[in-house]
Design a protein around this ligand. Structure first.
Ligand SMILES: [Cu+2]
Length: 137
């Protein structure tokens, strides 16, 4: 009897780990959370921060009801103020994940420093825009 229970809990644990990895458990630390009138936007990555060089990240959209929000087409760009120069613009590649309201992105920063981030979306639930600051370090 004990052996059966142990096997069951082992199967359960494997199922849980598989589910967590499948939903992007590795991208679970929040970099920034931004509330707008219509949505809560959570930017996440494995390390919980952006660094110079290549970064992969996740953007999750949640409606004010707490339900995932299908944000449709999503774009993200960043701008860095450079003294005496025009701002340094860096865009991200963003694509929808299988999970509604979840998007996978990549972005590559040439240097460290504070970025002004703009997220735009245009989906069945409406379009919107959010701006917030994220340090690259
Ligand atoms: Cu710069």
């Amino acid at each position: 009897m004990r052996a059966v229970l142990t096997l069951r809990s082992l199967v359960g644990m494997i199922a849980l780990v598989t589910a967590l990895v499948g939903t992007g458990w590795a991208q679970s630390k929040a970099i920034h959370t931004q509330k707008t009138k219509d949505a809560v936007i959570t930017l996440k990555s494995e390390s919980g921060q952006w660094s110079p060089g290549a970064n992969s990240f996740v953007i999750e959209f949640t409606a004010s009801t707490g339900q995932p929000l299908d944000a449709g087409k999503v774009s993200l760009s960043t701008s860095m103020a450079m003294p005496g120069m025009s701002p340094m613009i860096t865009g991200a590649t963003v694509n929808p994940d299988k999970t509604p309201g979840r998007y996978l992105g990549t972005i590559s920063f040439p240097d460290a420093g504070a970025r002004q981030v703009t997220v735009n979306w245009d989906g069945p639930g409406g379009k919107g825009s959010a701006r917030f600051s994220v340090p690259v370090r």
